[in-house]
Unconditional design. Structure first.
Length: 410
């Protein structure tokens, strides 16, 4: 679905002015942030705990499924109401885009939440079918908008988000689902030992991202930041592949946890190593790309981006290795350990990127980030190894919830 979102951005850019594109960028970033919150509070805890024997979640899967779905809808509804309220005091053009996002946010988060539910239930084909339905409905809605001559950032957002809402509704009705908002909030509260650290970790990652977004132009100029963004865009398909893979493998890793801890470790080593290798091969392909092709992709940014792409690829490959260990910690329900590692790495990463940018522009920023990311791989796997040893010595991690939580109805 990242490709659909990318296409939406291109269409908005072609059918709005610079100010409209800027408003879309701000609101789209808000949507991405809400996706992270939805996954931290509802989706990931559900994927980790739904297969716990003999937890309440295992005995009443439909009730928990509908509760998690309802929680995602509530989050989208609250965010939409907040945007509607903000639109009352925003400039007229920005308010128009804000209202469009407010209308579609509940459906967008509902669609994302149901996708994770299907993946957790080992039904990836059904999840893919829902996404393909979204693609088809989006294409038809956008085509209708273009033919009617009413293309604008707001109308395109409504077409895109409305298609997501309809696709989610079709999938939920087909599976006999019924979103239960109140139960969803209760479920999130009972599983806050995972969701709160996940939310804090999301905040740390967002903070690191924003620090570099504003810091690099400040110390090295917009040209350096543009070159770095160009190189990251070239590696973008790897990010899309990685996000999709991590969503799919989480339920399988949870099952491996209950079956064999050594097999869990082997699987994560294989996943992390494979993704790192794919990333390096992708980077090699970019370096071998003919200059004419590169310029057709990035225009004048190509030469500057290509000169630093190797460092960005190394950073990405190291991140894939670290992410595999992080996924293992999440599978073992070591959410607080994940947060501690992120807090330890955060200041070093930001300092290395900004110091590198100050000393050597875009290349320095990429090299600084790659050095810290590579060093963090050792820390992540050391913490995962320790968690595995504890899980092997103490059977309590295989009884994932305290008795008090199990006694609550879902």
């Amino acid at each position: 679905m990242s490709l659909v979102n990318f296409a939406l951005g291109i269409l908005v850019a072609r059918n709005s002015d610079v100010r409209g594109l800027g408003a879309f960028g701000v609101l789209y970033a808000t949507y991405v942030l809400l996706l992270g919150v939805n996954r931290s509070v509802f989706a990931e805890p559900f994927m980790i705990r739904i297969h716990h024997p003999p937890a309440v979640e295992s005995r009443r899967p439909e009730g928990v499924r509908d509760a998690v779905c309802g929680g995602a809808g509530v989050l989208g509804l609250l965010a939409g109401l907040a945007l509607l309220a903000a639109s009352l005091v925003l400039p007229a053009d920005f308010a128009r885009y804000s209202r469009a996002f407010a209308v579609v946010l509940p459906g967008l988060l509902l669609q994302d939440g149901w996708r994770f539910i299907l993946l957790a239930q080992r039904r990836p084909r059904r999840a893919a079918g829902m996404d393909l339905t979204w693609v088809a409905l989006t294409a038809m809605a956008v085509l209708a908008v273009l033919v009617a001559g009413r293309a604008s950032a707001a109308s395109l957002v409504l077409a895109w988000g409305g298609a997501a809402t309809l696709a989610a509704a079709i999938a939920i009705i087909r599976d006999g689902g019924l979103p239960m908002p109140v139960q969803g909030l209760r479920w999130a509260h009972r599983n806050r030992d995972l969701s709160l650290p996940f939310l804090a970790e999301l905040s740390v990652l967002q903070g690191a991202g924003q620090a570099t977004v504003y810091g690099i132009p400040a110390v090295a100029g917009l040209a350096a930041f543009g070159a770095l963004k160009g190189a990251e865009l070239l590696v973008g398909p790897i990010n899309i592949l990685s996000m999709g893979l991590m969503a799919v493998i989480t339920p399988e890793m949870v099952r491996l946890r209950h079956r064999s801890l050594p097999q869990l470790r082997q699987a994560l080593v294989l996943v992390g190593g494979a993704m790192a290798l794919i990333t390096l091969l992708w980077g090699l392909g970019i370096l071998l790309l003919p200059a004419a092709w590169g310029r057709s992709l990035l225009g004048e940014t190509w030469e500057d981006a290509r000169s630093i792409v190797l460092a960005v690829v190394v950073l990405r490959a190291a991140s894939e290795l670290a992410q595999a260990a992080g996924r293992g910690l999440r599978t073992l329900e070591q959410a607080r350990t994940c947060l501690r590692v992120q807090l330890m790495c955060f200041p070093f990463y930001v300092a290395a990127v900004l110091l590198g940018a100050w000393r050597a522009g875009a290349l320095g920023a990429a090299v600084g980030g790659a050095m810290v990311a590579s060093a963090s791989v050792v820390l992540w796997w050391q913490q995962f190894g320790r968690a595995l040893r504890v899980a092997g010595e103490d059977p309590s991690p295989h009884a994932p919830m305290p008795a008090a939580r199990q006694s609550n109805a879902s």
